[in-house]
Design a protein around this ligand. Sequence first.
Ligand code: S3P
Length: 450
Amino acid sequence: MSGHGPATPMTARKSGPLKGTADVPGDKSISHRSLILGALTVGETKISGLLEGQDVLDTAKAMRAFGADVIEHGGGDWTVHGVGVGGFSEPEDVIDCGNSGTGVRLIMGTMATTPITATFTGDASLRKRPMGRITDPLALFGTQAVGREGGRLPMTLVGAADPVPVTYTLPMASAQVKSAVLLAGLNAPGQTVVIEKEPTRDHTERMLAGFGAEITVEDTDEGRVITLTGRPELKPQTIAVPRDPSSAAFPVCAALIVEGSDVLVPNIGLNPTRAGLYTTLKEMGADLTFENEREEGGEPVADLRARFSPNMKGIEVPPERAPSMIDEYPILSVVAAFAEGRTVMKGVKELRVKESDRIDAMARGLEACGVAIEEDEDTLIVTGMGPGGVPGGATAEARLDHRIAMSFLCCGMASEKPVSVDDSGPIATSFPIFEPLMTTLGAQLVRSNR
Ligand code: S3P
């Protein structure tokens, strides 16, 4: 069974000021896609700045199991010698994607139209997450799937021997589902079409185009219509992975709530399908500036500068913004606890099927820290207590969820009393250098088992 070993409790005490430069790791979404698309080319794809978090390492291992040659050179430099579209061979053993929904769903899509059989599993968090959202559209290509009750892992997929192209309208705003369908469409003849009513992160579309696939995106009255022509010959690429705006959110938000802070977070990818948090923070009155704005590899990039912001106000976050900040609601709810007034987050039910039920995890943890919370299936409302106003003095459950663990540690850096998490281990999935990076800025983090 997959897991990360014994729990590592960690405590954050009132800290600061946080000062200095925070070099956050590479983008998780782009890192997974670089390895997977590299595996679908013939030739050598060179990747620099790859996130070497456990989620991405599990995807690298999976690509090797399907026949690609994936080599680590150190310092985020990797090469992939791929097997070409439709070239995956049958893995000899179960594919263990650890904690990663992105990894398992994108890889399932990629193998779904190749006539091989593979069995997938993951850790206790991933084994609870719904896979029917992937296997339903994959069945339209001719892929068979058998899993546990409720469409859960472990699950075996039998790839379609004679796949047909598919037109699919996404029933939920999910880049993982969109990407699984597009990746399956790569080895189907003809045109695969995905329609999304709300735009979600578009890295798969951008990168498929970069690797030489024929792909068009049209904005229509029904939504974004993405059309991919199957069976392309993908060309190896040289990829510089931008730094992750979802990881940048932690030092940025910690600086906004910790008195006297002034932190620079350089070279952050600000693709509009990912940058919703930063718009929201500005609306709340955060002292956040975008410096040195530029374009790199076709993506907007900037250096973020965040300073302590004692005058932040609660706002209503527009529900249509949710897909562009879906991973940032946990840390936003911490910032909201240190603002004045209510922050209303509606249209967030997708948070219930992430690495944990993030509405419940944040609600219970913040309540334990003395913050008033209201929630329903699709809504989270935090009543702010003003700068320095959160009592803290609690232990929050991380629930095998990296973003929940990091959010409560940031909360503890600004609360009156310390805040602990029962397990900081999951942080290694996306932000393995979180502890040394935050400590260098001035955060007081202590592992209880030292
Ligand atoms: C991701 C898509 C999102 C996000 C996840 C990464 C991706 O999931 O939460 O962290 O890389 O495609 P959903 O597609 O389930 O919204």
